[in-house]
Write a protein that binds this ligand. Structure first.
Ligand SMILES: Nc1ncnc2c1ncn2[C@@H]1O[C@H](COP(=O)(O)OP(=O)(O)OP(=O)(O)O)[C@@H](O)[C@H]1O
Ligand SMILES: [Mg+2]
Length: 237
């Protein structure tokens, strides 16, 4: 759901050559199934995005039920999947509202930088509003701290602040700032593919495990979903 299409390109799909994207589901009533690119990895399909999706932010305004366009699409195909991960844009417009209206849980990644905290309050207010008005099932699974730099006081300070506000919600895993994590998307690879021995890969393995255990609590019907990788004891540092 992000017109930047980073999830698409990070899986090695050339977003410039796509003739159709999630935009066509939202705006042109294309069936969701027709936009699925199957098997981009083992057990992973994707509905792609590219900058053409940006137009939907404006065009959807005139639709009835404009907040539920994505949910209706997911209803068509959801039974075929254990988990659907929705990548959100960095703004709180109609695309994000569609994502929040469709989701069971939200994962909130926050960079360990001061300004990142400013957006957090607004995001939590939006999630509350969506929960009350559009999607009572919605819950925050947790806040994931990323880009942690052990050499700076700022990183530690931002983590402290978030922990103070969300003691129950902050994930134990903290993702370190890492060159390998920055490089992986430019090769169209996940960090597990690009450098499975790196600290970044270890952090994301541990994070995946944490998400799965929280999902079991938030959504007991997902109890059959298990983490694909061994949990690792490595965190930031
Ligand atoms: N822990 C990290 N260490 C170093 N670089 C990182 C790390 N995490 C992400 N990056 C790099 O920072 C850039 C932005 O990361 P990412 O796409 O995950 O952010 P985002 O929150 O989705 O941003 P946006 O909201 O704009 O979509 C990417 O180029 C990515 O490779
Ligand atoms: Mg992104």
């Amino acid at each position: 759901m992000d017109p930047q299409g980073n999830a698409t390109s990070s899986l090695g799909i050339d977003k410039r050559t796509l003739t159709q994207t999630v935009y066509d589901i939202l705006v042109n009533d294309e069936p969701a199934q027709s936009l699925v690119i199957p098997g981009v990895r083992q057990n992973l399909d994707i509905i792609p995005s590219n900058p053409s999706l940006a137009g939907a932010e404006v065009e959807l305004v005139d639709f009835n039920e404009r907040a539920y366009r994505l949910r209706d699409a997911i209803d068509e195909i959801g039974a075929s999947y254990d988990l659907i991960i929705i990548d959100c844009p960095p703004s709180l417009g109609l695309l994000t509202i569609n994502a929040l209206s469709s989701a069971t849980v939200v994962v909130v990644p926050i960079q360990c930088e001061y300004l990142a905290l400013e957006g957090l309050g607004q995001l939590i207010a939006t999630i509350d509003l969506v929960k009350r008005s559009l999607n009572p099932d919605l819950d925050v699974a947790g806040v994931l701290m990323t880009m942690y730099d052990a050499r700076t006081r700022l990183s530690a300070h931002v983590v402290e602040e978030v922990r103070r506000f969300f003691p129950q919600r902050i994930f134990t895993t903290i993702v370190p700032r890492s060159i390998r994590l920055a490089e992986a998307p430019s090769y169209g690879q996940s960090i597990g593919e690009y450098d499975s021995g790196s600290r970044g890969a270890a952090a994301y393995e541990q994070f995946a495990d944490e998400v799965v255990s929280r999902l079991h609590i938030a959504a007991p019907n997902l109890a059959h979903v298990t983490a694909p990788l061994e949990p690792s004891s490595v965190t930031a540092g």
